[in-house]
Design a protein around this ligand. Structure first.
Ligand SMILES: [Zn+2]
Length: 316
């Protein structure tokens, strides 16, 4: 269990090792890291290089832990029940100092994950107030006095396979009544109510959908999506990514670190070296573009690498 909830120092240590490995070593010294692991850890279309943050993977696994706890009866869930919530409902419980770390994470994550879980009523064995069968949150949270709400099963309000309207009108706050009566029951005697994971169309939990919920998101970036085409090898996509994000050791960059500018390899003039000069309008780049563009009938008239990347990679 500790493997999915490791301490922050362990996560940072693993991230550091991965980062050193990724950027490499040279002459027994670690190479300069041109981008932080945080910057790289985004999907392609959001400007990253498609790696996932370890913290997010751990949180997704913790979500799975909560999902298993809520949906399956196991020796482990019985143990937690006996230890932490003998009478109250786990949804209503709060973490107190002294309780285990696992329970702490579960209590912390439940508010994030519960809105994504809903229940399909069959025999109504689930809890009326605490299991969200309406898809709008637990009914208990719509009531003022939750302490008086007990673990009544949904079946208590069902009669002959349909809602017992009289009983509902007696016990449920008025605002909730029409919503409940509108909720369809798929009544099947003896069949346990089923859980539905809302983020997936098939209703089945998956770690990748959980990861998508808990991670930080960025706006979509069309250019980046083009760079990481499946037909382009990683190193080519990555050099393009670095070029477009100004993360290459050009003169423009190295002088900001206090280094003396080197001579440009194509025109031998010092200082005349930045991304667009190297890749688009320097002597060498000019020659290459003209050479390959001419047979295709394209004019070499752009000055930014960004334009050529869009032109070359966009689907025709
Ligand atoms: Zn040059």
């Amino acid at each position: 269990m500790a493997s999915i909830s490791p301490p922050k120092t362990t996560i940072n240590y693993i991230k550091r090792i991965t980062s050193y490995f990724f950027w490499g070593w040279d002459k027994e010294k670690k190479k300069y890291h041109w981008a932080s692991w945080e910057t790289l850890s985004f999907p392609y279309e959001e400007g990253g290089i498609g790696v996932r943050k370890l913290e997010d993977i751990c949180t997704a696994m913790q979500f799975k832990q909560w999902w298993t706890f809520r949906t399956k009866k196991s020796l482990w869930s019985q143990f937690l029940r006996a230890k932490y919530y003998q009478r109250a409902n786990p949804i209503a419980k709060k973490w107190d100092t002294g309780k285990s770390l696992i329970w702490k994470y579960m209590m912390k994550n439940k508010t994030l994950i519960e809105p994504h879980i809903t229940w399909k009523v069959h025999s109504g064995n689930n809890l009326f107030w605490w299991d969200d069968f309406l898809g709008e949150g637990q009914l208990a949270h719509h009531c003022d006095n939750t302490t008086s709400l007990n673990n009544t099963p949904v079946s208590y309000f069902i009669e002959n396979g349909t809602w017992n309207e009289t009983l509902i009108r007696q016990e449920v706050p008025p605002l909730l009544i029409p919503k409940i009566l509108r909720c369809r029951i798929h009544y099947q005697a003896g069949v346990e109510d089923t859980t539905v994971w809302k983020p997936n169309e098939n209703g089945v939990f998956s770690c990748s959908s959980a990861w998508n919920i808990c991670r930080k998101k960025k706006d979509s970036n069309t250019l980046n999506k083009l760079i990481w085409h499946t037909q382009i090898p990683f190193k080519i996509s990555f050099i393009l990514w670095r070029a477009l994000s100004s993360k290459l050791p050009t003169n423009e960059k190295i002088t900001t670190f206090g280094a003396a500018p080197a001579s440009c390899s194509c025109c031998n003039r010092p200082g005349n070296d930045e991304i667009n000069h190297i890749f688009v309008n320097g002597n060498f780049a000019n020659y290459i573009w003209k050479y390959f563009f001419a047979p295709c009938g394209i004019q070499h008239d752009q000055i930014y690498l960004r334009h050529y990347t869009m032109l070359g990679l966009k689907p025709h």
